[in-house]
Design a binder for this molecule. Sequence first.
Ligand SMILES: [Zn+2]
Length: 203
Amino acid sequence: MDQARSNKPFLLVGNHPCLDFINTEMIIEGLRTDLLEEPADLIDWLLRAQLIGTDERKGLRLERAETENLLDETKTFRTVLREMAERIVTNKPVPRSTVETINRLLRQRHGYPQLLRTNGRFEHLFHSSTQGPARLLALLADSASDLLCTADLSLVKKCRNNACVLYFYDTTKNHARQWCSMQLCGNRIKVAAHYRRKRLKNP
Ligand SMILES: [Zn+2]
């Protein structure tokens, strides 16, 4: 397994790992760009999204043939999740096939739950005994399951910039978040609108 770190500009603006995972496909300079080009990118994203820890990364033993399938399966699953997010933001039900796909990946996860005490707090932890790609795919499936079970789905939103494909979970107090990020879309759209208004006033 290539242990080299990837240098992909991952964005963690989704407020939920499942949405951040969908957002590994984004628009860069007008072009739809897939940030998961090689297995190392996926491992790095899992680390940055804190779905795996540094120790777990070191312990990952993936054969070359396995990693190729892993990337293909990851992307197929991401497409399913993007369709799911699209349906959620347009108030359509999550299809049964999506639930089945999530369950198929979760079924491959073997292990046991544990209670962990860190810094005086308790945390629920699943100790997975599954190795290889199935372990990583199950983590992604688990994040999707968590989104569906615990999130208020009416607060899953797509960036208001029509040219942007990013999703986020709006955790702001007044639920008024509209942009993936101010730097990427918010300011740009506001500045464009400002100049449009100015042109209309002073033709
Ligand atoms: Zn955006």
